[in-house]
Design a protein around this ligand. Structure first.
Ligand SMILES: [Zn+2]
Length: 135
């Protein structure tokens, strides 16, 4: 391969930067099993990446999995064995319901609660949508 071809190849392999920065990265839980318990070490970090209170995220995931969890500092301890993929699936669902704007799909939203109903107020397009899920 000559130098010119190598340069072309290098260019092809570079990631598209604009695409990379505009895409919202889904945070992933990290954890381990301890006996019959599941410990998630980065619960608070995941919640803060979503810009939501960790307690709110926990309330949702607990209900979805029908498994009680307890917050201990930045971690959450669940009282049963849970797979990481199952938990990460719930984060994606949570984001769909409580983070992404229903109108424009951007994650720049604020969550508020009015008379028992959650609302998502979008900072990007100004839309305000009620959240269907009750937790
Ligand atoms: Zn919007």
């Amino acid at each position: 391969m000559d130098y010119e071809a190598m340069l072309d190849k290098a260019k092809e392999e570079l990631p598209d930067e604009t695409e990379e920065t505009s895409r919202f990265e889904v945070p992933k839980f990290r954890g381990h099993l301890e006996g019959q318990k599941t410990i998630i070490n980065n619960w608070a970090q995941v919640a803060s990446a979503l810009n939501r209170p960790p307690e709110h995220l926990l309330k949702y995931v607990q209900k979805e999995l029908a498994t009680p969890g307890e917050m201990i500092k930045d971690s959450v301890v669940f009282g049963s064995k849970l797979s990481a993929s199952k938990l990460n699936e719930k984060v994606v669902k949570y984001m769909d319901e409580f983070v992404f704007c229903k109108t424009c799909g951007k994650p720049d939203t604020k969550l508020s609660k009015e008379t028992g109903v959650y609302f998502l107020q979008c900072q990007a397009c100004g839309a305000k949508n009620a959240v269907k899920s009750r937790i």
